[in-house]
Each structure stands twice: as C-alpha cells, then as structure tokens.
Design a binder for this molecule. Structure first.
Ligand SMILES: Cc1cc2nc3c(=O)[nH]c(=O)nc-3n(C[C@H](O)[C@H](O)[C@H](O)COP(=O)(O)O)c2cc1C
Length: 226
C-alpha cells in the first residue's frame, strides 16, 4: 500500500512587498524597455568581462523554476582560450557540413536574412562561452537512474533567465546552436545523460557591431486575451 506523503515544510514568502498599480506599471515599463534593446550579437569585442559578473548572472538563472524542482541544468563556463579554440574548431566543422549540404534549402532560406555562415570567429573573440546542458535523467548516489520531468522546458527557462540577466547587466549575447552539439559533451567533459541545448556567447559587442535589420511580429499576432 502506498504511503500518504507527509505535509511539506513551508516558510513565509519573501520578496513581494505590496506595490501600487502605478509602481507595478512603472517596473513593468522599465523592464520592457530594457528588453526592447536586446539583440542577438555576432560581432564581439575581446574586452575582458570579470568572472564575478558572469557568476552573478548565473545565480539569477539558477533561480528559474523547474519541473518538480529538479533543476536539471548544468552551465559550463569557458573563458580559457585553448578550450574556446577547440570549441570553435568543432563548431565550424559541424557548421561547414550544415551550410554546404546537410541543411535543407528551406532552412537555409529562413537563415538568409541573418547572414549567418559556417565561420564562427566570435567563439574565440568573446570573453565567455556558456554551454547549457540538461540532464535527461538524474543519477542517484548508488548509480541508479532517477526520472527527470520537463527537462527541455526547465532548461530553456533557466537559459532565458540567463540571457535576461546578461542583457540587464549590459552584456551582448548570442544564442548559438551548432548542429549537432555532441562535441560540447566531449570537450567540456559532461556525462552522457546531459544533452547540450545551447552555447551562449557573451561579452561586449564590437565597436562597429551591426545586427540584421529584422522585425519582431506585432504583439497582437502572438497574443490572445480572454
Ligand atoms: C533556439 C535558438 C537557436 C539559435 N541558434 C542560432 C545560431 O546557431 N546561430 C545564430 O547566429 N543565431 C542563432 N539564434 C539567434 C536567432 O537567429 C535570433 O534570436 C533571431 O534571429 C532574432 O534576432 P534577435 O535575437 O536579435 O531578436 C538562435 C536563437 C534561438 C532562440
């Protein structure tokens, strides 16, 4: 017979001081305009960014919600030049085969307005690369597997928090998905239960950085109200 779980421990909620509607609107507006300037950047400066800044942004990302509070993410931060070079070489190898045959035409057409190609110099220029992994399952101390729930949803929420934190700090980001990404496990020595999701490139944008002149859909096209 299954045992009824005991009542969970609780504690008082902190961090939501009462706010007037005007204060809510002002906070929402300020954040909206902060996020309005976020762009994916592909031209980075080699200016250093203190590790402490990245750590703080990571701490913000780690506050993301997760399925059954399993926090199935792992972030691997790379600031070492030799490892960045290995990642660039591996990514460019995959991307060369993607752009010169593996990618279907319609995919290449969708990418055309972005001007991307197989060259990824930013993987060496930018001061930090952050590989985001999701654990498909957990491993108990005795080596047995534990089930993880909602891994992609949880990992992508944490990655989204990280992008917001980096942007809010004043850093540029690129959400990179070299395809396939198995080389990230190999180079960064992550176990086989971890699936690589994203390689986030971050740092200061290059002085003369330009970005594709693309538009976001109007909000009405992606929202409905009931
Ligand atoms: C899941 C995902 C994968 C992406 N992969 C790449 C990539 O491999 N290379 C790249 O240059 N941009 C990549 N991007 C960035 C998108 O191209 C970019 O977000 C989109 O064009 C909108 O531009 P914006 O971010 O400047 O608004 C990716 C974005 C997402 C969300």
């Amino acid at each position: 017979m299954s045992q009824k779980p005991s009542a969970p421990l609780t504690m008082p909620l902190a961090g939501y001081p009462p706010k007037s509607d005007e204060a809510l609107a002002a906070s929402a507006e300020a954040f909206r305009w902060t996020m309005a300037t976020r762009r994916t950047v592909r031209e980075f400066s080699d200016q250093a960014v203190p590790r402490a800044v990245i750590e703080t942004c990571l701490a913000a990302a780690h506050r993301a919600p997760s399925g059954a509070n399993q926090q199935p993410w792992h972030f691997a931060m790379v600031g070492d030049g030799a490892i960045k070079r290995r990642l660039r070489e591996a990514a460019e190898e995959e991307e060369r085969s993607f752009y010169s045959g593996r990618a279907p035409d319609d995919w290449l057409q969708a990418l055309a307005p972005l001007g991307t190609d197989s060259e990824k110099p930013f993987l060496e220029t930018a001061p930090w690369l952050i590989a985001v992994f999701g654990a498909r399952y957990g491993v108990a101390p005795d080596g047995s597997r534990t089930k993880h729930y909602y891994v992609p949803e949880s990992v992508c929420l944490a990655a989204g928090f990280l992008l917001c934190a980096l942007h809010h700090a004043g850093l540029a980001t690129l959400t990179h998905t070299p395809s396939p990404m198995g080389f990230l496990n190999e180079v960064l020595e992550r176990p086989e239960n971890e699936k690589p999701y994203l390689l986030i490139v971050t740092g200061h944008p290059a002085d003369d950085c330009r970005v594709p002149a693309i538009e976001h859909k109007p909000l009405e096209a992606v929202a409905s109200w009931f």
